[in-house]
Design a protein around this ligand. Sequence first.
Ligand code: IPM
Ligand code: MN
Length: 352
Amino acid sequence: MKFNIALLAGDGIGPEVIDQAIKVCDAVAFRFNHQITWKPALTGAAAIDAVGNPYPDETHEICIAADAVLFGAIGHPKYDNDPSAKVRPEQGLLKMRQKLGLFANVRPTFTFPSLIDKSPLKKERIEGTDLVFLRELTGGIYFGKRGREDEGNTAYDTCTYTRAEVERLARKGFEMARQRSKKLCCVDKANVLETSRLWRETVQGLEQDYPDIAVTYEFVDAVAVRVSQWPSTYDVLITENLFGDVLTDEASVISGSMGLMPSASLGEKTSLFEPIHGSYPQAAGKNIANPLATVLSAAMMFETAFGLVEEAAAIREVVNQSLAHGIVTEDLSNGGKSYGTREVGDWLAATI
Ligand code: IPM
Ligand code: MN
């Protein structure tokens, strides 16, 4: 098959981890006889520096025309410490999610047998964890009306959801649960928030369409506790944008490193694949960032965007081998021998 993949490397360690994913994808293409054309495009702080816009129209055109988007990371400290900055790299990410209609963010959390001791959580608690968050990505407080009143002394951000927005996300959750262990948890704060009551009501209304799925409703504060205490009791969790942002960072700790977990953002147009970690500017250019989350995001891309299950399995297989052989970056080496970002990428590509 032939694919066009938009390549949005972004900022910080983004370009380095993306380079490793390119090597791995090219190796997969060679082995399975596919042809990938990479279409690099600007985003984030790199795009602000070049053209003054963190998600330029030209980048959007490249994404729309592509079969998938592979994304690195965005964010730069020079904007974090400047609350008055008019344009920020993160705005590019939000604009991209909105313009591409990426309403469903799939964020899995699983454990690797060879890394089970790397997690700060007890082995017997996390063994067998294999859960997936479906985070709503284009609504809620991220996109609501916000502003200042009272001469700047009062600030507000509003959270709005429509029934249609909840329903399309929830249906994806039900369908995903059907492919897995048929358990769905709706995470909300329905004891306080009106938007959460709409979520709960909408999901309850859909239950009759999916009689084979066991649905539970849990408050987000309780889920925050149970996800770290008994993560293996969860399967598919659906939740709104901000709750999903927080809970998926929390859950990534289970696997042992933020540098391991991939994600997919699905929607109306081209799907996007990216590691869940950020741009980690302190490590940029040092050849120390863990490329595995991006490489595993590429595996999700082969599977989800192209329907190529064997290719995805080949990538996961070499990632597992690299972990088992200790061909890992310093975040996973426990003070022992570690390899550079590029060396891990080279090993994965060569092994494929
Ligand atoms: C994420 C990030 C983004 C978010 C930021 C960079 C805007 O934290 O993808 O989880 O909050 O969605
Ligand atoms: Mn986040």
